[in-house]
Write a protein that binds this ligand. Sequence first.
Ligand code: ADP
Length: 160
Amino acid sequence: MTRIAIYPGSFDPVTLGHEDIIRRSLHLMDKVIVAVAVNNTKEPLFTLEERVDMLQTVLKGEPRIEITALDGLLAEFARTRKATVVIRGLRAVSDFDYESQMALMNRQLYPQLETVFLVPALHLTYLSSSLVREIARLHGDVSTLVHPAVGAALKRRLGP
Ligand code: ADP
């Protein structure tokens, strides 16, 4: 049986924290589908296409990873793709409330779907896309937080 997981998120933009979680999940799963959420309550900094492209650049050369846009319910997407696991990253206790609510709701919608929480490397624990966007907006150095291609994209969007 092929174990297929979905790692959903906004990835606005993908950070080294996301990369860390994806690489850890490959140790557990046969295939990981990185699903970039279309629906965003907030206006994203990068378009859906840009976010998908950056993930493709950052994760190239790994045949067990697929990157795709996700428009609609995660539970339905998982069912159609025969995925039985949702991967989410847990950084601090503050992530827990929202994440447990989502996990229970997804189980309600698709009982065979299990959510697996992974913890990143310690030095990536305080990293989030919103923090990266904030630092880049203020022209700070993000080279230890994101892949060089993402750093370049941030510079193009927000200035050096
Ligand atoms: P969302 O808007 O769905 O939270 P994100 O792109 O912000 O999308 O995050 C996707 C997932 O990756 C979430 O489970 C989030 O907790 C996790 N994540 C984000 N940054 C990190 C990090 N630095 N370390 C571990 N997990 C992370």
